[in-house]
Design a protein around this ligand. Sequence first.
Ligand code: ADP
Ligand code: MG
Length: 220
Amino acid sequence: MSDADSPRFTTLALPSALLSNLDSLGYLAMTPVQATALPAILDKRDVIAQAKTGSGKTAAFGLGLLAALNPESFAVQGLVLCPTRELADQVAEEIRRLARAMPNVKVLTLCGGAPFGPQLGSLEHGAHIVVGTPGRVEEHLRKGSLDLSRLTMLVLDEADRMLDMGFQASLEAIIGQTPASRQTLMFSATFPEDEQKGSIRAIAAGLMRDPLRVKVEETH
Ligand code: ADP
Ligand code: MG
């Protein structure tokens, strides 16, 4: 798809503040995964998307999270789980960039390897979106410092890698603390085809309601 043919973000029902910020970031045309997944995400559908590294998956779910957010409520409304601290930091940074037009929106990272105490303090101040690694997020849930009872959107980023790293039990424990009414999004660079128990497909089947499956080959 050439840039001239790519749909523009302005074709989406996004709040105008988000659109003008995208313009200032130089995000004009959507990447293919954004063009396919975002309309469904904004329509509140569950989505399973596969697209290569560098294809703009973060903005696809990040804009979905921000568009659905109620900034007046300080409950955690969005949770993004990532396999590593580095990836979680990158995702949080991109969501903060996308959220520049929404100055009151708080994005908090909760990752292992970082001290626990300051995370408790940050949680007490409240956050709209939490980005974290499964182990640490589960620990906060167990200790009662994180409440996901008002979550509206759950994102599993690099879901294949999280399973490879043995996070399945943590993921299940976390998901069990979220409302069944939530919207669930899964993003991955690869989706192994097998249907075995514990595979990404088996997990997705138990988690998602009539998901839209998006598979994109090209990056831009
Ligand atoms: P992925 O998660 O698919 O590996 P990222 O979300 O990290 O990819 O995005 C890769 C890069 O592309 C980032 O630097 C991001 O800022 C940039 N990007 C994403 N969407 C757009 C867009 N629509 N227009 C221009 N740049 C974009
Ligand atoms: Mg990514």
